[in-house]
Design a protein around this ligand. Sequence first.
Ligand code: ADP
Length: 546
Amino acid sequence: MLGLMQDRQLLVSGILEHAALNHGEREIVSAMTEGPMHRYNYIALAERSRRLANALSGLGVKPGQCVATLAWNTFRHVECWYAIAGMGAIAHTINPRLFPEQIIYIANHAEDQYIFTDLTFIDQLEAIADQLETVKGFVILTDRDHMPDTSLKNAICYEDLIAEESAAFRWPELDENTACGLCYTSGTTGNPKGVLYSHRSNVLHAMAATGADAMALRSVDNVMPVVPMFHANAWALAYAVPMVGGKLVLPGRHLDGESVYNMLEDEQINFTAAVPTVWLMLLQHMQANDLKLNYLKRVVIGGSAVPRSMIDTFENVYGVEVAHAWGMTEMSPLGTLCNFKAGMENLDKQARLDIKVKQGRVIYPVEIKITDDDGNELQRDGKAFGHLLVRGPTISKAYLKGEGGEILDRDGWFDTGDVATIDPLGFMQITDRSKDVIKSGGEWISSIDLENLAVGCPGVAEAAVIGIAHPKWDERPLLIIVRADGSNVTRDEILAYMDGKIAKWWMPDDIAFVDEIPHTATGKIQKTTLREQFADYKLPTADAAE
Ligand code: ADP
């Protein structure tokens, strides 16, 4: 027998109208490429999104077609998301940090009809425009006064486009399984693959994100998603904040330590989220200028493992609570967040940090498990580590156009490519990406553990660990270090710092100093490039073994 409850569909247009009706006056603030901060509210967001939906229909955009954005986090970008998806088309966020060939590939693969772009990316688009096969025009996210002189064909001014449109638009009552958003994985191997979110998955994911043991978002919060909207949905925040009616502060293009600090203070932000590299810049800026955070209470950090020293600094120097988070584009992206369970409140500082360096507990409705190479489930004892598999209604079941073939096993589990432990209380800890783990003498060494330890050493700004071929052990770890500004920290000092904090056989065989460590378009250490760079590297321990 079926239940007798209403079949109202879960649609992102419903989030927008809810915010406008119940939190209409709540502020949305954007740092603009063109100049001063822009301010308006949820009523204006909804009204302008409806005008844009009318304009999109006028441009001939049909339900099910993709419309791309190449844009920073600003109010216009949020309007694009709600208008495109709300009318039944698909909002395709393109990561502008991808290589031109990758942008061409994904725009053609998605069959994007229009590209909505910030002024910043005009040059980038001009260089590739003639290779974009399906794009009918470019909408420049600006007003008439700032329209650039551009060779882009059919360049339309955003403000002109919506100026004459009616603010009356009836959002269609779509099936909640209708495609809503598209985001390509960064494709460290092979071509990027399209992850196609539905309205249902986005609404469920945003609801899960607001939960008290997830991001704990409320109407009284002032939230700044520093994580870009083109990086896996800004981790739900462009949906979750309107859902609760929080103040939404969109930081635009300047994400350096000083700009982020000023916005955190000026807008009295109490909750924010981004990858560790952003926080590294912020902490360096604050340390160099002897600054304090007067409003920030909580920060979600994920996308890469968060070093213990970063959590320690945020919590014990600046009084900001850190929630370490893990997820992936294919998971909308949130999978786990590290928030304490009952009984953990009174642990001492080191014991708290021991927990906080873990990626945390699943948020409902995500399921996780770890398996061995044969697919047998491993113990949740905090020691056994294996392939991390995930399942749930906010997780991909296939990539766009079937790329990559079947991605689920017989029971519907998706292999994340990560290696992890799960402890008896359900706290998951990533040991490594399966392709980055160092295989030494038949045992595994976690590159993440070594990196996190090394960045705690005074004088070290950033650390990366890769496996280097070794005649006896198969692979041994090479530690690659970027020194902090003005530091002369030596190989021996770093090794002495690490000694005794990890098993002897985990100690790096050598240390290489570099000026810069390469990062991917989403701020992760680019291990493939480092492996190429150090392909001919000979470890000092190799000779002895030969
Ligand atoms: P990309 O950023 O490359 O587009 P994703 O954002 O989907 O792709 O990356 C997902 C991967 O990032 C995860 O599978 C995991 O390896 C890594 N990752 C994300 N969060 C964390 C974390 N907190 N700790 C360690 N690794 C993480």
